[in-house]
Design a protein around this ligand. Structure first.
Ligand code: GDP
Length: 330
């Protein structure tokens, strides 16, 4: 069983890859165990891709841009996988990013693999699954991986933590506040692309570029030695798309040469480890039978102001058996 999955992935079988990602996304204990075994086996074949995060507000042109850049990437005979982190899916069954009509051309491209986002998981969980999906795509031989997310909040940070290069799409004619972009997100970007810059939008786009350049003077990426770039492009006419790919290549060469590329991946792995520990500890804590039983009453005590949150938390931790057993202070 494990061998079938592993062989399928290593021979770049899209159907098996999809099946394995579904396995990785499952919350059933038997699936989690199987997925873990498959991941362990393919791990030596991972890490060889360029991971690119792409974000921007709804309507900025992300899927059109991914089609354009994606087709360019595959024209270079590179295999491309597109994954998404969809923050909408934690609240509803619907999703901002997941509809099937997106990226029609790319989805028929033999060198491209597009995986719609998983719905119905918590954000931390989705990030975690996307990381595992990246590894599976790498083992299946994908050389470039786009991780797309809609720029509406927390998900950008999650994506930034799992990619090598972070690209932010903007619209001509509005400052960062008007575009709903938080300063922190702007600071994370390695490249800002002002999209829809064709035709009569061109001069407006150039003015926006100039405005952002002023703001960007303040940001320095001392660690990577990379000066973030601001460019204009049109996903619709493909103007500027090939240049953006060149810039990404330049970033890769620079950071591979100065060692930042690998250091960043090591750091990302380390923070992934700690995230997983936190996530799993918290999960097993709340699944603990004694905790689950006592929780509603203790929550009420805190809600009614009869008990302080801090003593309630201590009480819960004290009654949870596995944590009690391992408490070094006892
Ligand atoms: P997303 O919500 O960010 O994925 O945005 P979409 O890719 O779905 O694009 C939203 C709308 O903007 C669609 O109607 C696209 O055709 C249009 N669009 C995307 N890129 C461009 C562009 O470069 N120029 C123009 N004029 N329209 C674009």
């Amino acid at each position: 069983m494990v061998r079938d999955y592993v062989n399928g992935i290593l021979s770049s079988d899209k159907f098996i890859l999809s099946k394995t990602i579904t396995l990785v996304e499952s919350t059933l204990p038997k699936d989690i165990k199987l997925a873990q075994e498959v991941l362990d086996k393919v791990l030596p074949h991972t890490g060889n891709s360029l991971r690119i995060g792409i974000t921007g507000a709804p309507g900025v042109g992300k899927s059109t841009f991914i089609e354009a850049l994606g087709n360019w990437v595959t024209k270079q005979k590179l295999k491309l996988a597109v994954l998404t982190v969809d923050p909408s899916s934690q609240y509803s069954k619907g999703s901002i990013l997941g509809d099937k009509t997106r990226m029609g051309k790319l989805s028929h491209n033999a060198l491209a693999y597009i995986r719609p986002s998983a719905a119905g998981s918590v954000l931390g969980g989705v990030g975690q699954k996307t990381r595992e999906s990246i590894l599976l795509c790498e083992a299946a031989g994908y050389e470039v991986i786009f991780v797309e997310t809609v720029g509406v909040g927390q998900s950008e940070t999650v994506v930034h933590d799992m990619v090598d290069f972070f690209l932010l799409l903007l619209l001509p004619g509005a400052g960062d506040e008007l575009q709903g972009i938080k300063k922190g997100i702007l600071e994370m970007a390695d490249l800002l692309a002002i999209n829809k810059a064709e035709g009569e939008n061109e001069s407006n786009a150039l003015k926006t570029k100039h405005d952002f350049e002023q703001a960007f003077r303040l940001f320095q990426k001392a660690e990577s030695n990379w000066q973030p770039l601001i460019v204009t492009c049109s996903a619709l006419t493909e103007m500027g798309i090939a240049d953006i790919w060149d810039y990404i290549q330049q970033y890769k060469s620079l950071t591979q040469l100065n060692g930042y590329f690998n250091r960043r991946r090591q750091q990302q792995n380390l923070s992934w480890l700690h995230e997983l520990v936190r996530y799993n500890l918290e999960k097993s804590f709340y699944q603990n039978a004694t905790v689950a039983q006592a929780l509603p009453a203790i929550e009420q005590e805190v809600l009614q102001g009869r008990q302080a949150a801090i003593s309630a938390a201590r009480q819960l931790i004290e009654i949870s058996e596995p944590f009690k057993r391992n408490d070094p202070t006892r």
